[in-house]
Write a protein that binds this ligand. Structure first.
Ligand code: ADP
Length: 400
């Protein structure tokens, strides 16, 4: 039996999910949080039980040791040899990676060289990878990039209208993010489009971080996030696209530095910034019920930004066959989905079954009515299974 682990290492966290492959059955999952602290937390979910303990975890290597100990102690594995491959999530693959790649010196060096583009993420991913390498030195390890799916964009879709010299010299361009999720959604969504020769999908990954991608023939042609995940639609705490002069003007007005304002654009803007209530869409919904005017504005602005991108991508794709809603808000908020559909309906002739949509949370379903000019589906995303798939594929390649 082949066991493969999906790994997502953050600066102070390490999430994991162990799969039985090729069945893609989840065996267990869990995470270490607050790594670097005396009172860190290690949690593992197995057989319907959720064990959590507070203990010192001073670095990622210790977190991996704890994980291995827990797997053996619970009888999930007898020895580490049973884990044949690891799929590591890597946020930024830059221009180098258009698909997943085996971890070797070159892969590591490239991920390292991309740290300036994703300072918190890529650094942490490498720490996570090295911690696993120390304990599982010979296991097949694969880097799965959030940006890889978007590498199929044409130049005019990823180049920013800045002096071209900067594009080339600093690799300053659109890379997008959530690529693993959009790819998963495109693959899943294909089943709703039998017989369509060149399927056109608008995939809406709307969570705390949110992005929209235009997909033609299974390939990304345009995506909303930019150089970093700050670009595109408005999000929980991120601005999304702005007139760049906002940065200059606000720095002058407030006396804050560019770095400080950049943090504000990332962490204190979006739904949180406009509503002054919360970054969580559930809190915004509750505040809207209470007729809080700033929450109402945040909600309208959010919907508007999403619809603007759907409209843009409808044109970019020359029409659309399927709109997919996914991630925290897309999967769990019927109100959000209905508002988006109501706003785009007059232009795009799209219609969903109101009653079906109303009760639906986190479950795959076709929401559109037979009259709708574009199909609409709710598809829960699953980025981890993509990590496991690519890791398993690489293992099979290596052991052919
Ligand atoms: P990320 O992966 O970017 O952290 P998620 O995809 O987990 O984000 O989405 C988090 C968002 O999903 C939050 O804004 C939260 O409000 C929203 N969300 C989660 N559950 C629900 C729900 N039942 N109803 C409405 N929104 C929800």
């Amino acid at each position: 039996m082949a066991k493969v682990m999906a790994v997502n290492a953050g600066s102070s966290s390490l999430k994991f999910k162990l799969y039985e492959m090729p069945e893609e059955k989840v065996i267990c999952s869990g995470n270490a949080e607050r790594i670097g602290h005396e009172d860190a937390i290690f949690g593992i979910k197995y057989n319907g039980e959720n064990d959590k303990k507070v203990l010192p975890i001073l670095d990622h290597a210790r977190a991996v040791e704890l994980l291995v100990e827990a797997l053996i102690e619970k009888g999930i594995i007898k020895s580490m040899d049973e884990i044949i491959a690891l799929g590591h999530r890597i946020v930024q693959g830059g221009k180098y990676f258009s698909h997943s790649e085996l971890f070797n010196k070159d892969t590591e060096d490239k991920i390292e060289s991309l740290i300036p583009l994703a300072p918190l993420h890529n650094k942490a991913h490498l720490v996570g990878f090295r911690a696993f390498k120390k304990i599982l030195p010979n296991v097949t390890s694969v880097a799965v990039f959030d940006t890889a799916f978007h590498q199929s964009m044409e130049e005019q879709d990823y180049v920013f209208p800045i002096p071209y010299e900067y594009t080339v010299k600093y690799d300053c361009r659109r890379y997008g993010a959530h690529g693993t999720s959009h790819q998963y959604l495109a693959e899943k969504g294909a089943k709703y489009l039998p017989g369509i020769k060149h399927p056109r999908i608008i995939s809406c990954h709307i969570g705390s971080g949110a992005s929209i991608t235009a997909i033609k023939d299974g390939k990304c042609v345009a995506t909303s996030m930019g150089l970093t995940p700050l670009g595109g639609i408005m999000m929980g705490t991120r601005t999304g696209d702005l007139d760049p002069s906002v940065m200059n003007y606000l720095c002058k007005c407030t006396g804050k530095s560019v770095e400080e304002m950049y943090q504000i654009f990332n962490k204190q803007s979006g739904l949180l910034g406009v509503s002054e209530v919360s970054n969580d869409s559930r809190d915004i919904a509750a505040a809207c019920e209470a007729k809080n005017p700033k929450a109402l504005l945040a909600d309208k602005l959010f919907i508007r930004r999403v619809c603007d991108y759907i409209g843009q991508y409808f044109v970019r794709l020359g029409g659309a066959d399927l709109i997919i809603f996914s991630a925290g808000i897309g999967e769990n908020s019927p109100e959000f989905r209905q508002k988006v559909i109501d706003e785009i309906a007059p232009a795009l002739g799209v219609e969903i079954d109101r009653e079906l949509n109303k009760g639906l949370r986190g479950k795959e379903a076709l929401l559109s009515t037979p009259n709708s000019k574009i199909k609409v589906a709710l598809i829960p995303t699953d980025e981890e299974v993509m990590l496991a798939r690519d890791a398993y594929k690489a293992y099979l390649e290596e052991h052919k």
